[in-house]
Design a protein around this ligand. Structure first.
Ligand SMILES: [Zn+2]
Length: 331
């Protein structure tokens, strides 16, 4: 019988669901727009929708199948408890002024809805943060196949890390191991969403490079084709388009970002001693534009004994990467 896993990637804008086979092929997928479920009181309806979409996708399968489990990547996911704890941009309190702890027991809630479904009753559910899911995806389907020690760095809206050492994911004492985005790289630097200043996240994220370019556009008269875009609407894709067209400011933005990121990565080598580091996420879509300056800075800053560490783009960096990574959690 064909074995299938369900991968779920919960993000601030959308939830992606994929039915994935043992080779990492996505057999069917669906998207749920989170705008339909913005409030805490919408959460039960969201779980209903999630469960019915999974069943709809499984019903499309022509061959007989067995579900090995459901893997889920989500912000503020608590691996130990299978919950999502106080997510900043999901299911906000109905009364915004009301401060209380919001713990969403998503695995338990899904299982409760599948009590009478023979194929899904009691199925294994694993919940972890999206960077950890990306690391497992890289190990099962991507460039880290066969590796026991590596790091995946996600450069999306924020910066995250998934660390695998001795073949296992590092979750840490509190379940927050691998939060590489909050390594401080600039003394008195940019304000980070976490409350600290100078973390790598507000520089080397997709939003960070936009901030870099916007600052330069505001502070200088340097010509750039990015001046043709409303400064409020510049996205990281516009910067890579401009760089590919030879725009000097856009190219320099990648060099600046890569230099900070590369030095930051050089600093994690003595702690983790990985065989390889993979970068993924929105900013990594710029490919060599970000990889080359990051690699240069990392090589210039590293201790010689780590000289053969590999730095590369994720090999599952497509639109389904997060879903495939999440699905890999249950194999
Ligand atoms: Zn931070």
């Amino acid at each position: 019988m064909k074995k299938l896993s369900v991968g779920i990637d919960i993000g601030g804008t959308r939830t992606k669901i994929g039915i994935v086979d043992a080779d990492g092929n996505v057999c069917a997928n669906a998207i749920i727009a989170m705008a339909a479920y913005p409030r805490e009181s919408d959460y039960p309806a969201y779980v209903d929708k999630l469960c019915s979409e999974i069943q709809r996708l499984l019903a499309l399968q022509e061959e007989d199948y067995e579900v090995v489990g459901i893997g889920m990547g989500a912000p503020m996911a608590n691996y130990n408890n299978c919950t999502i704890d106080n997510p900043g941009n999901l299911w906000t309190p109905d009364n915004v002024s009301e401060q209380h702890s919001r713990i969403f027991p998503i695995a338990k809630d899904i299982l409760a809805r599948y009590e009478n479904e023979p194929k899904l009753r009691g199925t294994k559910i694993v919940v972890t943060n999206d960077a950890n899911a990306a690391a497992i995806g890289e190990m099962v389907y991507g460039g880290a196949k066969g590796m026991k020690n590596f790091v995946v760095v996600t450069l999306g809206t924020g910066v995250g890390g998934g660390i695998v050492l001795n073949g296992g994911l590092i979750n840490g004492h509190r379940g927050f191991g691998g939060e590489l985005g909050h390594i401080v790289v600039q003394h008195e630097g940019r304000q980070c969403g976490c409350g600290l200043r100078g973390c790598i996240e507000p520089y080397a994220s997709a939003t960070g490079i936009v901030r870099t370019v916007t600052n330069w556009l505001n502070d200088t008269d340097e010509p750039s084709i990015l001046r043709n875009i409303d400064p409020e609407k510049i996205e990281s894709k516009d910067i890579s388009d401009a760089a590919l067209a030879g725009d000097a400011m856009a190219l320099r933005a990648y060099e600046y970002t890569g230099e900070l990121l590369g030095k930051c990565l050089a600093n994690i080598l003595p702690i983790l001693d990985p065989e390889a580091i993979f970068i993924t996420g929105g900013l990594a879509k710029a490919g060599n534009l970000i990889l080359a300056p990051t690699e240069k800075a990392m090589r210039e800053s590293l201790l010689r004994i780590y000289g053969d560490v590999k730095l590369s783009l994720s090999q599952i960096n497509d639109d389904n990467a997060a879903v495939r990574g999440a699905s890999a959690l249950v194999w």
